[in-house]
Design a protein. Sequence first.
Length: 190
Amino acid sequence: MQSKSQIHQKSNFIKWSKKALTFFVFIAFLGIVIAQTSNKETNKNSKFKDSIAKSKNAITEKKQSVSDTIKELNQQEVIIDSLFLSTGTFKLFKKNAHASYYADKFHGRKTANGKRYDKNKLTAAHKKLPFGTIVKVTNEANGKSLLVEINDRGPFVRYREIDLSRRAFMEITGNKSFGKLSVTLEILQK
């Protein structure tokens, strides 16, 4: 027969063996769960990468479509922006007025009269003149002048009198890197 101490050692060995076995089974189970989660994440990542690739392809196709549309527009007849003058004279409104031009960030935004601002049209903003008023703007430095239509309110800088569209400003300025001019403003009297 076995002694008590030997029986006690055997039972301790069995207990520790069971604990060790349980621990190793738990570690194996944990490894399997992590591996499956990793595979799911990999699948998600690959699906995400596939959706990004599809989005990039769609964007490329849209860019191509827009490019083709622009080419078609360039081939069509170009209508030059002009203001029709029937009869009338110009009345001096202000000399030595400070003029500036709209920033490019306003292109496409609504103006005070509800129309969209187009930096390529001959338009302007004035604080008080009624919408639709035709104004002759003359650069006092070089004598260049053009006609603009008031379609917005502004400028909102104290000392400036009129904000011109980018095209209007660039047509009369002598220095295209400078953002303000001294101009004479005349209003068309019908």
